[in-house]
Write a protein that binds this ligand. Structure first.
Ligand code: GRF
Length: 195
C-alpha cells in the first residue's frame, strides 16, 4: 500500500448512479475503514432526483446531476472532471444508461459495474423475474468490467444466492442486494491492489 509520511494514500474513485444508491452507501461505508485502498471522490447521477445524491451529500462527497450520456460535450465535461480529480476507477452502481463508446475508450479497463445475476446469464433488465420464470435454483450477483456490450465485460467477482420455492421477485432482490453490498466494495479493493 502506498504511504506518504506514514499516512496510507487512498486511490480516488468515482461512482455513477441513477437511483436509490444502496450500493453507493455500502461502498462509502467500506471506504471509511482504515485499510481500504480507496476514497469516493465524486458521485455523479444522470437522474436529478436520485436518492443516492443525498447519501453523497451527507458524507461530504462532491456530487452532481448531469445527464452526460446525452451529448459528447457533457460527456467530455465529466471525463475532464474525472481526470482532474485523479480518478483511478469508475464504478457504476445502479447506473441505468449505457456509456457511449468514446467514454469507455477514454477510461479503458477502468470502469466496472455490478449486475444482479450470475453473468453471463440474465444480462439486462428484470433479472429476478426471468430467474423465477425459468425456475432457476440459484441466482446471484456479478462485478465485471464494462466494455461496449451490455453486461459482457470480464468478470471480477461473483457470488451465488440460493433460491427457495417460496421466493418472490422481492425476496430474491433483497437477498441478492445484501450480497451485492458485500462484494462490490471487496471487488473495488481487489482491483486497486493490482494497479
Ligand atoms: C442493483 O441491484 C444493481 O445490481 C443494479 O441496480 C441496482 C441498484 O441498486 N445494477 P442501488 O441503487 O445500488 O440501491
Amino acid at each position: 500500500m502506498k504511504k506518504l509520511n506514514g499516512k496510507i494514500l487512498k486511490y480516488n474513485i468515482a461512482i455513477f448512479i441513477s437511483g436509490r444508491g444502496s450500493n453507493l452507501k455500502s461502498i462509502i461505508n467500506y471506504s471509511l475503514k482504515n485499510k481500504t485502498k480507496y476514497k469516493v471522490k465524486i458521485v455523479i447521477s444522470n437522474k436529478q432526483r436520485a436518492k443516492g445524491l443525498s447519501i453523497a451529500k451527507k458524507n461530504g462527497i462532491k456530487n452532481y446531476f448531469m445527464n452526460f450520456t446525452k451529448s459528447k460535450k457533457l460527456g467530455n465535461f465529466v471525463l475532464k472532471d474525472l481526470k482532474s480529480n485523479d480518478i483511478k476507477l469508475v464504478c457504476l452502481a445502479g447506473f441505468m444508461k449505457i456509456l457511449p463508446r468514446y467514454f469507455i475508450k477514454s477510461y479503458n479497463g477502468k470502469i466496472i459495474n455490478i449486475h444482479p445475476s450470475l453473468l453471463p446469464k440474465y444480462k439486462g433488465l428484470n433479472t429476478h423475474k426471468r430467474v423465477i420464470i425459468n425456475k432457476e435454483k440459484f441466482t446471484g450477483c456479478t462485478v465485471h468490467y464494462v466494455n461496449r456490450y451490455l453486461d459482457s465485460g470480464k468478470i471480477i467477482l461473483q457470488r451465488k444466492v440460493k433460491i427457495n420455492p417460496k421466493d418472490t421477485e422481492k425476496t430474491i432482490e433483497r437477498k441478492v442486494l445484501k450480497i451485492e453490498h458485500k462484494i462490490y466494495p471487496l471487488a473495488i479493493n481487489k482491483i486497486l491492489t493490482s494497479l
